[in-house]
Ligand binder design. Sequence first.
Ligand code: FAD
Length: 394
Amino acid sequence: MDVAIVGAGIAGPTLAYWLWRYGHQPTLIEKAPRLRTGGYVVDFWGGGYAVAERMGLTAELHGAGYVVHDVRLVDRYERKVGGFSADLFRRNVDGRFVTVPRGDLAAMIYRSIGHHVETLFGESVSAIAQEDSGVRVTLEHGQSRLFDLVIGAGGIHSPVRGLVFGPESRFETDLGYRVAAFEADGYQPRDELVYLAYSAPGQMVARFAMRGEKTLFLFVFRADNMSGPDPQDLSEIKTTLRQVFGRAGWECPEILRKLDGASEVYFDRVSQIVMDNWSKGRVALIGDAAAAVSLLAGEGTGLAMVQAYVLAGELSRAGADHREAFRRYERQLRPIVEARQRSARAFASMFAPKTSLGLWTRNQASKLLNIPHVADWVIRREFRDDIALPEYVA
Ligand SMILES: Cc1cc2nc3c(=O)[nH]c(=O)nc-3n(C[C@H](O)[C@H](O)[C@H](O)COP(=O)(O)OP(=O)(O)OC[C@H]3O[C@@H](n4cnc5c(N)ncnc54)[C@H](O)[C@@H]3O)c2cc1C
């Protein structure tokens, strides 16, 4: 089958890889002029880890990734006020856990498809018309092409979802936070292999030291801390972050100075996407486009890869019956994704509690995770996923 995949983030290239392996002909359509490699570090375990393993990426993943020792919460004087040892997480998932920059993961997935898959960079879709024999896709730059299937993998703001299922506002639940991430060279101090985070009421800044003297920074803050609407371009993003974090204390002045020189900053709403159906006719959605769990769930990347793996496998198993494949794909994964969404909503306020009392409570609660039995219970209940990947024959 000729399959158009709109979006080349995490889910899209993973799907392209598996479809190619099963003998189909995917075409990736990506709005950005080149692969987007921005973002913070993502913790990678569970089903996503198992898919990466089946793609032969484990060695590369551990080569590019980090074994974080500590999650350390600090106050404005750099004093430790909370946190826990990350070893507990690794132990609970039998060591199948790695912290990897999102951009490195995206790049290694994309590399795995080599030259086998056509990618149209700097391109998007402006119309989708379902016909008896296929789906006609009008590309933004004018050309129109007929595909057997179209898969929306364009993330939270998926254009395919907008064109086929309805406006974003119908499916998006804004959790009330904004997130930004960027990378800088030569930042000091480094605190190697420590996930270090500073919080003030309603806001959090984290930094993580990478190889090659680079540091990744993450900002999470309550949307009502912004004085205006969401920023639309790089310069507005920088202005917003300066406005929100300018007086936040700790290392914020130095971090904002580094932000001045950044040429790429990821910024988005922290949202979930909740839909009644992930497919319509010959069109289906995967990854954040179908069911974003949000940054706060910590597993969006892995789930996106699982969705891609299962969808490709079901399409190959069902032969020409894409409807049956779409049904089986959704039936298997919807309960898992919905459970993660519930847990992310419950944990949302832990990232950036609104008040000093909320912060203090969060910090004390984080220390409980140093008690092995408590940690085991929380991790098994809220984070561990036991997705048993189906076997499909290539
Ligand atoms: C640059 C970037 C940085 C990120 N940083 C983080 C992070 O630090 N932490 C975190 O938890 N999550 C981050 N995310 C989101 C995270 O990658 C996803 O939550 C998750 O991996 C699910 O992947 P996805 O493939 O569904 O979506 P994404 O990884 O968001 O990929 C979607 C892709 O679709 C493309 N696209 C969007 N609109 C169109 C269009 N109109 N036409 C064609 N293509 C389009 C995008 O450019 C992108 O490449 C980031 C996403 C991006 C794009």
